[in-house]
Design a protein around this ligand. Structure first.
Ligand SMILES: [Zn+2]
Ligand SMILES: [Zn+2]
Length: 318
């Protein structure tokens, strides 16, 4: 199974600014001083292999959209944030005219998680089948509402695809085109649901927009069970721990450190920090990643937990 991140920022999309680009360019030129490149390809290879991560990547960007590729003809995706636009373009290119079947799993319907759907190309292709799964009663209403006048020029009913809404029950495993999926209720304004996907002995957990109160043992143990032995846990790490337990307590999000703690309790293998705070620049996000890795080293017991920070374009193979 492959996991591909199309959107990793929380709340609202962000882009690098002109000064960010210029700073990186200047730093890259400095690194390349004394070198000469005979072609674009040579320069590209230098950038890919010899420049620091901070010069060649940026965290976040689009709002949540994470694809699972279990090796089937159908598509599987968590949330329809603004990353759904490039995800849709990827589907159209790959299908080359053949209509696609897309299985969507919605954590909840806050705007950052649905805003990409009106720009999801396959929704405009006749013959496309889109099944939107979720546990919220308001699922269909929210998708229709954001495409209602006067907010958007194309109404939901004008979309060419066949769109079906499928209700899932929390903590009850369902099989969707060969993939087992179990939703789990999370603490967030209006409720959110995490999803545990399993196939061929591999497990991926998508758990965003979720606040944790670790002093509540029953809650912590419930999530430890939900994350149990997962190969990847994609985790809401919007805040630093100090913010999450003070000024931003009850804002419905979690932190890098809580992610490490829960994954350690669950013996998960790989924690991916996700839903980055839009106010945080790359240096801050790199700092949060380093802090989480350091905390993991200091608190490690019998098994090591790998920690990464998600960025648009990240692919992880299981
Ligand atoms: Zn969100
Ligand atoms: Zn939310």
């Amino acid at each position: 199974m492959r996991v591909r991140f199309w959107g990793t920022r929380g709340s609202i999309p962000v882009a690098l600014t002109t000064s960010d680009v210029r700073d990186r360019l200047a730093a890259a030129l400095l690194k390349a001083s004394g070198r000469s490149f005979a072609s674009y390809e040579e320069a590209h290879a230098f950038a890919s292999t010899e420049l620091d991560f901070s010069l060649t990547h940026t965290f976040g960007g689009h709002t949540p959209c994470v694809e699972l590729e279990p090796g089937s003809d159908e598509y599987f995706v968590c949330d329809m944030g603004s990353g759904a636009r490039p995800f849709g373009a990827h589907i159209l290119a790959r299908q080359a005219g053949r209509p696609a079947t897309v299985n969507v799993f919605m954590s909840h319907v806050h705007w950052d998680h649905i805003m990409g759907f009106p720009f999801f190309g396959p929704a405009y292709v006749p013959g496309t089948k889109i099944r939107i799964h979720g546990c919220h009663e308001v699922l269909e209403q929210a998708f229709r509402l954001q495409q209602s006048p006067p907010c958007f020029p194309v109404e939901f009913d004008q979309l060419a695809a066949t769109i079906e809404f499928v209700k899932l029950e929390p903590d009850r495993p369902a099989t969707v085109s060969g993939l087992t999926v179990t939703p789990h209720l999370q603490l967030h304004s209006g409720d959110s649901y995490g999803y545990r996907f399993e196939q061929g002995g591999k497990a991926v957990v998508y758990s965003t927009d979720s606040e944790h109160k670790l002093e509540n043992r029953a809650e912590a143990e419930g999530f430890a069970r939900f994350f149990r032995d997962a190969d990847i846990v994609i985790f809401d790490a919007m805040y630093a721990l100090a913010d999450a337990i003070s000024v931003k307590a009850d804002w419905g999000h979690s932190s890098n450190i809580v992610g490490v703690e829960l994954c350690q309790m669950a013996h998960a293998k790989h924690l991916v920090l996700f839903h980055h705070e839009p106010a945080n620049d790359d240096a801050t996000l790199e700092g949060l990643l380093k802090e989480a890795r350091r905390f993991e080293e200091l608190t490690r017991t019998d098994h090591a937990l790998k920690v990464s920070a998600a960025y648009d374009g990240l692919e992880i193979d299981l």
